[in-house]
Design a protein around this ligand. Sequence first.
Ligand code: PMV
Length: 310
Amino acid sequence: MHHAPAKIILFGEHAVVYGQPAIAVPFTALQATADSEPTPPGTGLTIIASDLQQQLHIKDADTMLDNALLRSAQLTLNKLNVPTPDLNITVRSTIPLASGLGSGAAVSAALIRELSAAVGCPLEGDELNALVFEVEKMHHGTPSGIDNTVIVKGAPVYFIKGQPPQTFDIGAPLTFVIADSGIQASTRESVGAVRELYDNDPDTYQGFFEEIGAIVNEARGHIEHGNLNDIGHLMNRNHHLLNILTVSSPLLNTLVSTARETGALGAKLSGGGRGGNVIALVEPDNAHWVADAFREAGAVRTWVTTVGKS
Ligand code: PMV
């Protein structure tokens, strides 16, 4: 059995598509898993996506060009240059779909790990990352690569598109409450909307992206030094700029202000936006209050996670 975690973007989504840095961490409480069992000779490869009630056979790969699971399998077999194995692979995931938690990248990573191991050539690191990135293009159009990178690496990353990801120290544990707005939103659409704004007024939007990039760099320093209040303040500023980029929504804004009113050190949307999730940095003792307030304000689910636990 192989797996891959969900992820949250702490700072820099959207601007990262335009070459600015971003910071993301794995969220290990939610996972995609893939498990395989051999089948009789000649039966070929079947992928069973039990949560989606889907059963896919690799021979359909040429007709179902938009299926991310088949594409993951096909890319893996082509990369390894091996014949299609006789195998059933069952894929499961506890990561909500289209919620900015990286479900697509995690499912691909788990599936490619399991399939490549089953044929005796386990893929990891840069090779795995490159394949998951290819599949991400189906979901996102022009992904920056941050989702696949943090999910494959399974560690916090400071990421700039096209550059090797950097790891960094976390000076003090960071406790986040994550709220799922319950609204599924397409990252492809929110990225496309920002692209349109940028194309119509490149100077202004380049300025916003650079402001976000400066926030990310400042945040990295404060994360390394464990300055929680400063990190929270920068989350608020990052959210404000995401709102200007039109990727927030009335519900996300309500969740963000609710968290702040309940004593969170800072809050922002995380990921593609317009739905998906909001994250709040909290003192650990305050986590359950913020989680309760999130649900009262309309969140359908909440989680608490601590990053950089010793
Ligand atoms: O997959 P999501 O919804 O977490 O969004 C990814 C982050 C974006 O910056 C909006 C897009 C990208 O490719 O980096």
